[in-house]
Design a protein around this ligand. Structure first.
Ligand code: CAA
Length: 261
């Protein structure tokens, strides 16, 4: 495993082969997302992204809090110009990570916490998870993707209610409305997420990277352009060693041995 620097506000773990975990660790502030913690988290995710031993990442917090939102105390005295020059809630680095990321959410995922989870590729929730966008109570709106990603995930009517009235979704509601992949008991949710991450990590990293890219394009392109983009990535994978290995392994009735090339 790559040597990570000493972090102050996150921890990193590799609980299973191919799985890299980044854990928010500001418990006294319920993992409020300040510039230091998001900066460290993105650095750690980028390092896992470059590490050939890692095929899937998990971004998580504690049982009590995934993240209670952007750090209000950090934003408190800021002007519009301060934010435009140094937006401490600009988390676009996360969207440039190539390998799949699973957000594992327990407790509160509010404001930026919900937005950062939705920026990941899948969400596994504990039964105590609570999703919401309470920015309206602060006189602002969700500014890290919430108005767009939540609307894509749950539809306009519910997204409007959540954003305009601070309606919060329980884990079961989030599952019902398509925001999360699965809900598990508090005792087992993390291990279930690791099992899901292991499944992702056991495949060709070349294929999973491009598959992630293609799915994400569905949010940006119309159908014809999206299908065209998909087809180009499909053809590209026919140039990979893993495509040759995957198809040979099928024909020879044996497990594939991926080179991630
Ligand atoms: N920023 C900074 N500090 C926060 C915080 C946040 N978003 N959320 C919680 N904290 C801090 C509290 O100030 C408190 O610290 P102190 O002990 O020093 O006072 C500590 O965490 C514990 O919080 P509470 O005492 O409030 O705990 P609680 O269990 O009573 O309530 C809570 C929990 C419902 C999450 C409540 O803390 C809360 O409502 N937090 C704010 C949620 C919020 O508004 N999030 C949106 C932020 S704006 C945003 O995210 C913008 C964007 O789109 C990018």
């Amino acid at each position: 495993m790559t040597d990570h620097p000493a972090y102050e506000t996150i921890t990193v773990e590799t609980p299973a082969e191919g799985v890299g975990v980044v854990r928010f660790n500001r418990p006294k502030a319920l993992n409020a997302l300040n510039a230091q913690m998001t900066g460290e988290a993105f650095t750690a995710l980028e390092m896992f992204d470059r590490d050939p031993a890692i095929g899937c990442m998990i971004l998580t917090g504690s049982d009590r809090a995934f993240a209670a939102g952007a750090d209000i105390k950090e934003m408190h005295g800021k002007t519009a110009i301060d934010m435009a020059i140094h937006d401490t809630t600009d988390w676009s680095r996360l969207t440039r990570i190539g390998k799949p990321i699973i957000a594992v959410v327990s407790g509160v995922a509010l404001g930026g916490g919900c937005e950062i989870a939705m920026t990941c590729d899948m969400i596994v929730a504990s039964e105590t998870a609570l999703f919401g966008q309470p920015e309206i109570n602060l006189g602002i709106l969700p500014g890290a993707g919430g108005t767009q990603r939540l609307t894509h995930a749950v539809g306009k009517a519910l997204a409007m209610e959540i954003i305009l009235t601070d309606r919060r979704l329980t884990a079961e509601e989030a599952l019902r409305y398509g925001l999360v992949n699965r809900v598990a008991p508090l005792e087992t949710y993390f291990q279930e997420a690791v099992e899901l991450a292991k499944q992702v990590a056991s495949r060709s990293q070349v294929a999973s990277r491009l598959a992630k890219q293609a799915v994400n394009k569905a949010f940006e392109l119309g159908l014809a352009d999206g299908l065209d983009y998909e087809k180009r990535l499909f053809y590209l994978l026919f140039a990979s060693e893993d495509k040759a290995e995957g198809m040979s392994a099928f024909v020879e009735k044996r497990p594939a041995v991926w080179k991630h090339k």
